[in-house]
Design a protein around this ligand. Structure first.
Ligand SMILES: C[S@@+](CC[C@H](N)C(=O)[O-])C[C@H]1O[C@@H](n2cnc3c(N)ncnc32)[C@H](O)[C@@H]1O
Length: 246
């Protein structure tokens, strides 16, 4: 079976710890990912027979997911050279397929997968294009939203809901995410009052440990297999925070 990897890349992917995270997810009927990004956990997880909601504040990324959901067996045509990829990204898209190709290239072939600026890698995405139907099918029963995470948590919270939350790290806010501001204190307050389960992944820092101290905190070391262009290489300390025991 094809193991689904993120279709769109995003800084801060959970690719390297996805198996560990999935093992810690409790039974639930409604799966909600308010900060989907590339969605490493969503793509890998079995979501059949569940109500699934994915969300991100990034307009272009969500446009990409919506086009991928609509795609009906149309294989995307990826130009062979970096120069031709750049030309494709620079022009006005002629149809939905071309726009989807542009977003794929912007999210995967730019420096640090920032979704903008110059095409710098020549990746051809052969596997993803071959399996595009599997990607579209998984999205067919998925609700795709482009809102602030707070609205999504409020709307979909219930005793049957599981939230997987992967917000930007503390230090990344100014530099990597167009100044999207996450008020972690407010996030703690919201999570203290939900009916459902949540699991959150975040960088390890004294401030975060203190803010989330009433929850179950599991420190982990993430061995970085993937060669990250931003943030350098080497192991990373992270926290998995849950409102349940495992
Ligand atoms: C660390 S990334 C998620 C990575 C993802 N788990 C993966 O495996 O690729 C965080 C995401 O949160 C989004 N984001 C930032 N602020 C947000 C907000 N206020 N509401 C919803 N999404 C937000 C960013 O656009 C980014 O895609």
């Amino acid at each position: 079976m094809y193991i689904m990897k993120p279709f769109f890349n995003r800084i801060g992917s959970k690719r390297d710890i996805v198996d560990k995270l999935i093992q810690l997810i409790p039974e639930h009927k409604i799966y909600v990912e308010p900060f989907i990004g590339g969605g490493a956990v969503f793509w890998r997880m079995e979501t059949k027979n569940k109500k699934v909601i994915i969300n991100d504040i990034d307009k272009q990324l969500i446009e990409g997911y919506r086009l991928l959901k609509k795609n009906d067996d149309n294989k995307l045509i990826i130009p062979p050279t970096i120069e031709e990829k750049q030309q494709l990204v620079n022009r006005k898209a002629r149809d939905d397929n071309e726009r989807l190709t542009q977003i794929l290239l912007l999210s995967c072939n730019t420096f640090g997968s920032q979704g903008k600026y110059k095409i710098y890698k020549n990746t051809a995405h052969i596997q993803k294009i071959k399996k595009i139907n599997e990607y579209s099918n998984k999205l067919k029963n998925t609700t795709i939203l482009n809102q602030d995470f707070k609205k999504v948590i409020k709307k979909y919270d219930s005793k049957d809901t599981f939230f997987f939350l992967d917000p930007p790290y503390e230090k990344s806010i100014d530099t990597l995410y167009d100044n999207y501001f996450i008020d972690y204190k407010e996030l703690v307050l919201i999570l203290s009052n939900i009916k459902g389960f949540f699991m959150l992944t975040i960088n390890d820092s004294p401030n975060i440990r203190n803010l989330f101290k009433k929850f179950n905190i599991v420190p982990i070391i993430v061995k970085q297999k993937s060669n990250s262009e931003l943030g350098g290489s080497g192991d990373r300390r992270e926290l998995i925070i849950m409102n349940y025991e495992f």
